[in-house]
Design a binder for this molecule. Structure first.
Ligand SMILES: NC(=O)N[C@@H](CC(=O)O)C(=O)O
Ligand SMILES: [Zn+2]
Length: 463
């Protein structure tokens, strides 16, 4: 992997002789200009223009002026396999990803066993390929068992079949400064990315919510913004000295935005993501004590939400990442302080970006392509994703109906777990087709050639 964006060098055999043709009629790339037709052959975009004729036997999709974007790339997903297949599997999570418009996802390492060896990361990669609905890239752990003390064999994971290019102890912070320094030095020598879950555990021990007036009133133990910001600041300096690439997972405070802005201004190789929930929801959601709203980092205050939206629009925050975190019903329906942190995200991400940024006029569809596809692909150096919509480019694409409104219900989502904070919420815009290497993986809310593996169906004995 060179990190170069010369398509030809990246389009290996997977992009030839798929034997499939897809024809998109009357679509608007990036939501710009008059509708055009897009002919896709053998995994690549063959031709774009008005009034084209579909190839014999092509799958024709009537776009009716819908918006065509590069396929989305999620660099922070929890697929729970191996270990918690009662909440999500690579199969069910891939279905959720395809329905959400994703053509690549990065599966976090906090599985059971932890993805801290090439045995686990190679398995995740292979299983993703077998399912074939989305490219599943394994994230490797930074430290053995996510324990934060001994570096994992990052080199072996990087050179394994899974070709790991991102390492993270996400769910846990690599909090020891010397361990983080060594991890960044090791990562620099391998030219891989360290993605940090920035949370000082000494400042958050026992905390379940954002430290502020709401948590105080509700009697919930809070974690201060400084627990995140102090780690972001420290890591930026360590990355500078190590000459390493650092990525900040789920930025949640206005202060983190300012630190990332400062570090970028210094020429430090830092990037940052924000989740859909941190640009939509604030800590007023805690009033109900509903465990579905518990997440790390916690939902912050309105001023943070607005700062994160602005930072995404102006590019200080590079991208949206879902932090899709399925949990079992019994782990979310309990008392707020006992609920596990995390919420579903893959199938609602686009709609939230549209609701918070596109509809208010702060981001156009080019901007959506930037934060959902192009920047995430660049951060993790995927040469065949987040590419321009042009002839000769790989056909990893997402078609979006911008005008539709839909109401979220957990059980209707493809994920096995149902823990969505958006239950009964009406959201704008929906993915109508997802195309991976020239093959439709999802269309009109249905996943291609797919036997669903929903938890309640298994419980009912259908599998
Ligand atoms: N975000 C969360 O609240 N939970 C994530 C871990 C993480 O992303 O930190 C999980 O794995 O459940
Ligand atoms: Zn995290």
């Amino acid at each position: 992997m060179t990190g170069s964006h010369d398509t030809a060098t990246h389009l290996h055999s997977e992009y030839s002789e798929t034997g499939e043709s897809v024809f998109l009629r009357d679509v608007r790339p990036y939501g710009e200009g008059d509708p055009v037709d897009v002919a896709i052959e053998n995994g690549v975009i063959a031709e774009i223009g008005a009034g084209l004729t579909p190839a014999e036997g092509a799958e024709v999709i009537e776009g009716r002026g819908q918006i065509l974007l590069p396929g989305f790339v999620d660099i922070h997903t929890h697929l729970r396999e191996p270990g918690r297949e009662d909440t999500e599997t690579i199969d069910s999570g891939s279905a959720a990803a395809a329905l959400g418009g994703y053509t690549a996802v990065f599966a976090m390492a906090n599985t059971d066993p932890v993805a801290d060896t090439a045995v686990v990361t190679d398995h995740v990669w292979r299983r993703g390929r077998e399912v074939g609905l989305v490219d599943v890239h394994p994230v490797g752990a930074v430290t053995v068992g996510l324990a934060g003390t001994q570096l994992a064999e990052m080199g072996a994971m990087a050179s394994g079949a899974g070709g790991v290019r991102v390492f993270s102890d996400d769910g846990h912070c690599v909090s020891d400064s010397l361990v983080m320094r060594r991890a960044l030095e090791y990562a620099a020598s391998l030219d891989v990315l360290i993605a940090q879950h920035s949370e000082d555990p000494r400042l958050t021990d026992g905390a379940v919510a954002h430290e502020g007036p709401t948590a105080a009133r509700l009697g919930l133990a809070g974690w201060p913004r400084a627990a995140e910001e102090s780690i972001v600041a420290r890591d930026a300096l360590l990355a500078r000295d190590a000459g390493a690439r650092l990525h900040v997972c789920h930025a949640s405070t206005a202060g983190t935005v300012e630190l990332v802005r400062w570090a970028k201004g210094q020429g430090i190789a830092i990037t940052a993501e924000v989740t859909p929930h941190h640009i939509l929801l604030d800590d007023s959601r805690l009033e109900t004590y509903d465990g579905v709203n518990r997440v790390n980092p916690p939902l912050r205050e309105r001023s943070d939400v607005l700062a994160l939206r602005r930072a995404l629009a102006d590019g200080v925050i590079d991208c949206v990442a879902t932090d899709h975190a399925p949990h079992a019903e019994q782990d979310k329906c309990c008392e707020f302080a006992l609920a596990r942190p995390g919420m579903l995200g893959l199938e609602t991400a686009l709609s939230i970006v549209v609701a918070t940024l596109v509809r208010p006029g702060d981001l156009d569809w080019r901007g959506v392509a930037r934060v959902m596809s192009e920047r995430p692909a660049q951060i993790v150096r995927l040469g065949d994703q987040g590419r321009p919509i042009a002839a000769g480019e790989p056909a990893n694409l997402t078609l979006v109906d911008p005008d539709v409104e839909w109401t979220v219900t957990g059980p209707a989502l493809a994920s096995i777990a149902d823990n969505t904070p958006y239950e009964s919420m009406t959201l704008p815009a929906k993915v109508t087709a997802t195309i991976l290497r020239g093959r439709t993986t999802a269309r009109d809310g249905q996943v291609r050639n797919h036997e669903p593996t929903r938890g309640h169906e298994r419980a009912g004995g259908t599998r």
